[in-house]
Design a binder for this molecule. Structure first.
Ligand code: 5AD
Ligand code: SF4
Length: 439
């Protein structure tokens, strides 16, 4: 979501003479687009600001300026505290008001620092300019923002606010535009993307499944994905879209967080481990080859060894293709941060290690099982070697292949020849099968 927001901020600044550069040394303005989900992510911002302070000083000695802005959820959560703690910062801008960046920059010229962390009632998406270019054939498109779930560990409902869904018409227009600009794959984004309920052309609220079916009709668009989903919002229509829509890729990020009912309850997740098992059963019945991924938190307050082992059992049963796992990090203002029974750091570290060993083994086994198989790859960028391109498999794995006459943006059929640590090696399938793809 931050990658998408950063691109939108670049679009907002473009009419004012700003264009993206590769390194901060070449910039007149640096925007740190930040994440507040765990403490580590927030701390990174302050250490990065230390670097910006040195850069600003070096530039001012050369008579050059550097505007430093902090955007994103750290800006939203910390507000004025950032200006107090880091005097290098000129602008603090929350995620709902990116469209106001140009006027904030203008205020700087009058010698005022600028802070804006409002949640305005006007639709930010109406105020943002249209995308002018896409960075490669795989694009992002925000369809939903915010969250009403209030998991007890999570800052998102506070930093991103209440759930909001864009209209089907607005999303379809943006998807067509991205496709015209060269996107072949679009990932629909939302903090709770499958809670999507935007206004449809018929005046009804449409769910994500229906939206996906609509977008799948766009000709040049070949692949659709969405992230991140909540188990409670996986409705029949969306599961059916996985069964019927060829363009919807067989990969689903469906965080479960933990495998113990007591912990799930304390997290306010609104489902049990068995609910999740049954849900996965229904999804796999609809799309047997679907690759599943999840987020996990270990060491949530009061998590016992038996609770943690319930997580390990669930993981063994589900068998994930990929996963993300974290030590519980108390976030100021969230209910779990105030819980009395915090788990000691050493226990969290030990559990994380055990969980990650299991998850990594599953991810490796999933990739290993692809060796020898034929899959379609959407080429996204040049590889390290001449003639090599890197793309993504339907299951979101990075795939390297010598691409022959294929170019970035093509979808080609390849045979996976080897599994490397974070990617797959493959060769083009030649002959009749390849001809069919080229046609
Ligand atoms: N501590 C650790 N992990 C967290 N996440 C969210 N909040 C916290 C927290 N306080 C994780 C969840 C979520 C992912 C994006 O980040 O697993 O799904
Ligand atoms: Fe945070 Fe996701 Fe829970 Fe919402 S559903 S509170 S974004 S973890």
């Amino acid at each position: 979501m931050n990658a998408y927001d950063s691109a939108r901020m670049a679009d907002v600044m473009a009419p004012h003479g700003f264009a993206p550069v590769d390194v901060p040394e070449d910039a007149d303005m640096v925007v740190l687009n930040t994440c507040h989900i765990r403490e580590k992510a927030a701390e990174k911002v302050y250490s990065e600001l230390g670097r910006m302070r040195a850069l600003k000083r070096a530039k001012s000695e050369k008579g050059e300026r550097l505007i430093v802005a902090v955007a994103g959820c750290v800006a939203q959560a910390e507000g004025e505290e950032i200006l107090r703690r880091a005097d290098v910062v000129d602008i603090v801008v929350g995620p709902q008001v990116y469209h106001r960046l140009p006027e904030m920059v203008a205020r700087l010229a009058r010698g005022e620092k600028a802070l804006d962390t409002e949640f305005p009632v006007v639709d930010k998406f109406d105020a943002l300019p249209e995308a002018k270019s896409v960075e490669g054939p795989a694009a992002f498109l925000t369809v939903q923002e915010g969250c009403d779930k209030f998991c007890t560990f999570c800052v998102v409902p506070y930093t991103r606010g209440a759930e909001y869904s864009r209209s089907v018409a607005q999303i379809e227009e943006e998807a067509r535009r991205l496709t015209d600009l060269g996107a072949r794959e679009i990932t629909l984004l939302g903090q709770n993307v499958n809670a999507y309920h935007g206004a449809g052309p018929d005046g009804q609220a449409w769910g994500l499944g229906r939206l996906i079916r609509r977008l799948a009709r766009i000709d040049g668009l070949k692949r659709l994905r969405y992230t991140t989903s909540h188990p409670r919002d996986m409705d029949d229509e969306l599961i059916a879209a996985h069964r019927d829509e060829e363009k919807l890729m067989p990969y689903l990020h469906l965080p479960v967080q933990a495998g113990s009912d007591a912990v799930l309850e304390a997290m306010n997740r609104g489902h049990t481990a068995d609910d999740y098992r049954r849900l996965v059963g229904r999804i796999r019945a609809a799309r047997p080859d679907i690759a599943l991924s999840s987020d996990f938190i270990v060491g949530f307050p009061s998590e016992s060894e038996a609770d943690f082992e319930a997580t390990l059992s669930l993981v063994r049963e589900i068998d994930y293709a990929q996963s993300f796992s974290f030590k519980y990090s108390p976030r100021p203002g969230t209910p779990a941060a105030a819980a009395r029974k915090q788990v000691p750091e050493a226990v969290k570290a030990e559990r994380l290690e055990r969980l990650q060993a299991l998850l990594n083994a599953q991810a490796d086994a999933f990739s290993q099982a692809c060796v020898g198989r034929e899959i379609d790859v959407l080429f996204e960028k040049a590889g390290r070697h001449a003639g090599q391109l890197i793309g993504r498999s339907p299951y979101l794995q990075a795939v390297h292949a010598h691409a022959g006459s294929h170019k970035i943006g093509d979808i080609a059929r390849v045979r996976v020849t080897q599994k490397m640590s974070h990617s797959l090696g493959a060769e083009l399938v030649t002959g009749a099968a390849a001809m069919a793809v080229a046609l």
